[in-house]
Design a protein around this ligand. Structure first.
Ligand code: FEO
Ligand code: CA
Ligand code: CA
Ligand code: CA
Length: 601
């Protein structure tokens, strides 16, 4: 059915219908281009992409695989140009390499995969007549960070015995970053990136002799023998039986200064170690950054970090140096949420309780401040390195996979994407509560949190569910109270961002409604609050990531196109983006209005 273009300001486009087309589908009147693809050369000397002639050296100068998070930063003095920061979560060897044998990866393939992981900084240039955006190869700010680039561990746990290995007796220098999912951008001009499912790279946890170490590895999902990618055959640091602490050096928030091409990227230990999904700061009234973070695991937690230092304004060298220390000192908290309706009214079906809302109050429980632990029986270093275990001890609320957490720049309200949790209410698992009200939660929900006195550093908050996702015809869904016959279906919310009008944009991963993932916009205030509208859909097997909404342009990272069971380089499940017979390539896409006007007005 067609709807009038009368949505909330910023969302006035004809919603895209759910579909399974093997392409990026955008609203009528909008156009798109591929900004950059896996393998496109960005550094000086890097060759053009040739899937039949890949090498680690080439890949280290080319855009990495599986782009996830995106930030665009201003570039002074270069008209029409911006700095794109992107990350590369993981590799799909079956789709990347001709003739890949999963039982016997070659050293060259493994080294290409190392180089395809990590981060990219690449300057992009806009076409003045359209919204088209293209990469500027060989720009002096362009960089690649891979699984073998040196990173520095900073903050209160840096140098801890728990972070020392035979290659790094200082516990401060790590090679590489792995499984970067979403991230954030700071008001002082740096990019943050979140190390998520790092557990999958570490082998032989089951062979670790010390039972306590084994239990800690298990809490982070490391229990097995060989890994799927078998990197442990080519570098012993991926073998936990030989280097049990190497895994402790992953699972952090990474900070990169894209304006300084010589800067060493940092892993900020003060923000804790877990399967970090994202990290988005907001400033307190006195200028201290507060960073909201989710741990993307079923039954894991929502966190925030409150810095003890205020940001210095301006672009002076002194200000930039000071601001690069803001995420090293402060307090790490975890959230406990309590519903306000009687437990008997939360039956796990998703039926609203008698007060008409899933809502309640919450507290932020401090875990550690600098070198001081607030958790009985754990040192501060232990709290930062084994943050999940600290949060278990203080009784934090087990959530349905906390993914992106985004404070609204307009209202200060904080939105938490809880992507799904099909194990909620299963035998031996926690059942529904008011903040996670559906057992077997397939479609996820979005929680809205209001800090007390609108102070991001507050120790308590009010919360309510903004969206309970799924098919609007399913009675167990809720769209902020908006009439459900006028919204787009949405399933598995993952990444979040805001536009300048205060609308929340949500990208999805794992749509359980039988259609492809996509990007949606929704008003958070006013009479259209809850009116979800679909802006685009992505190709077969892909997840929609990294959404960015500027005045005249929307950017998305199309991650893992063609990732379908049984698909391979020889038998691709998708022909995107280059057509039949060409390699499937994760890519960044820009979308704009043909008439040149702002998005959705
Ligand atoms: Fe990499 Fe939680 O998504
Ligand atoms: Ca209630
Ligand atoms: Ca994600
Ligand atoms: Ca975000």
């Amino acid at each position: 059915k067609s709807r009038p273009l009368d949505g909330a300001r910023g969302l006035r486009f004809a919603p895209v219908a759910p579909n399974t087309a093997d392409k990026v589908t955008v609203p009528a009147g909008y156009e798109q281009n591929i900004v950059i693809r896996w393998g496109d050369p960005i550094l000086r000397g890097a060759p053009a992409f040739d899937p039949e002639k890949q090498s680690a050296k080439a890949q280290a100068g080319q855009f990495g695989y599986n782009n996830d998070f995106l930030v665009l930063l201003p570039l002074k003095g270069e008209r029409g140009r911006q700095v794109l920061f992107a990350n590369h979560e993981y590799t799909d060897e079956q789709l990347m390499f001709p003739g890949y044998d999963p039982a016997n990866p070659t050293r060259e393939q493994v080294e290409i995969a190392w180089a395809a992981h990590g981060l990219s900084v690449v300057v992009v240039e806009e076409d003045r007549r359209t919204g088209k955006l293209t990469a500027v190869p060989r720009h002096h700010l362009n960089r690649r960070f891979t699984a073998t680039t040196e990173f520095r561990l900073t903050g209160p746990a840096a140098g801890s015995d728990l972070l020392k290995t035979s290659a790094d007796p200082t516990g401060t220098r790590v090679l590489g970053t792995l499984n970067n999912c979403a991230g954030g951008s700071t008001p002082w001009g740096t990019a943050l990136s979140a190390e998520e499912n790092f557990n999958q790279y570490f082998a032989n946890a089951a062979s670790v002799t010390d039972a306590d170490t084994r239990a800690k590895l298990a809490r982070y999902g490391m229990t097995g023998g060989a890994t799927e990618r078998k990197w442990e055959r080519f570098d012993e640091r991926f073998d936990l039986a030989k280097e049990p602490n190497e895994a402790n050096r992953f699972g952090w928030i990474v900070e990169v200064d894209p304006y300084d091409p010589d800067s060493v990227p940092r892993k900020r230990t003060a923000l804790g170690r877990f399967k970090h999904e994202a990290a988005q700061p907001r400033l307190t009234a006195d200028g201290r950054p507060v960073v909201y973070m989710g741990d993307d695991e079923r039954f894991d937690y929502l966190y925030k970090f409150v810095s003890s230092k205020a940001m210095m304004k301006g672009d002076s060298r002194r200000a930039r140096e000071h601001n690069l220390t803001l995420l090293d000192e402060g307090t790490l908290y975890v959230a406990k949420l309590t519903g306000d309706s009687p437990a008997a009214q939360i039956d796990g079906s998703g039926k609203l309780p008698n007060d008409g809302e899933f809502d309640g109050s919450g507290v932020w429980i401090p875990l550690a401040t600098g070198d001081t632990s607030h958790v009985p029986g754990m040192t501060a270093e232990e709290v930062y390195v084994h943050t999940r275990i600290a949060a278990d001890k203080v009784g934090a609320t087990k959530m349905d996979r906390p993914e992106d957490v985004e404070p609204s720049p307009r209202t200060g309200r904080v939105y938490v994407a809880l992507t799904n949790n099909t194990q909620r209410g299963a035998a031996g698992k926690a059942g529904a509560d008011e903040a996670n009200p559906r057992n077997g939660n397939k479609h996820g929900h979005v929680l809205e949190l209001a800090e007390h006195w609108d102070d991001p550093a507050a120790d308590g908050f009010a919360w309510r569910l903004f969206l309970v996702c799924g098919d609007p015809e399913d009675p167990a869904t809720y769209f902020g109270g908006f009439p459900k016959d006028q919204v787009s279906p949405i399933s598995c919310p993952d990444n979040l961002t805001f536009d300048d009008y205060g609308n929340l944009w949500i990208s999805t991963d794992g749509n359980a409604l039988g259609t492809h993932d996509g990007l949606f916009g929704v008003a958070t205030a006013g009479e259209r609050r809850g009116e979800v509208r679909q802006f685009l859909t992505v190709p077969t097997g892909a997840e929609t990531c990294g959404p960015l909404v500027q005045d005249r342009r929307v950017l998305v990272a199309v991650q893992h196109p063609g990732e379908v069971d049984g698909a391979s380089y020889e038998k691709p499940a998708s022909a995107w983006p280059d057509g039949q017979g060409k390699a499937v390539r994760p890519s960044v896409v820009a979308v704009w209005r043909r008439d040149g006007r702002n998005i959705g007005v």
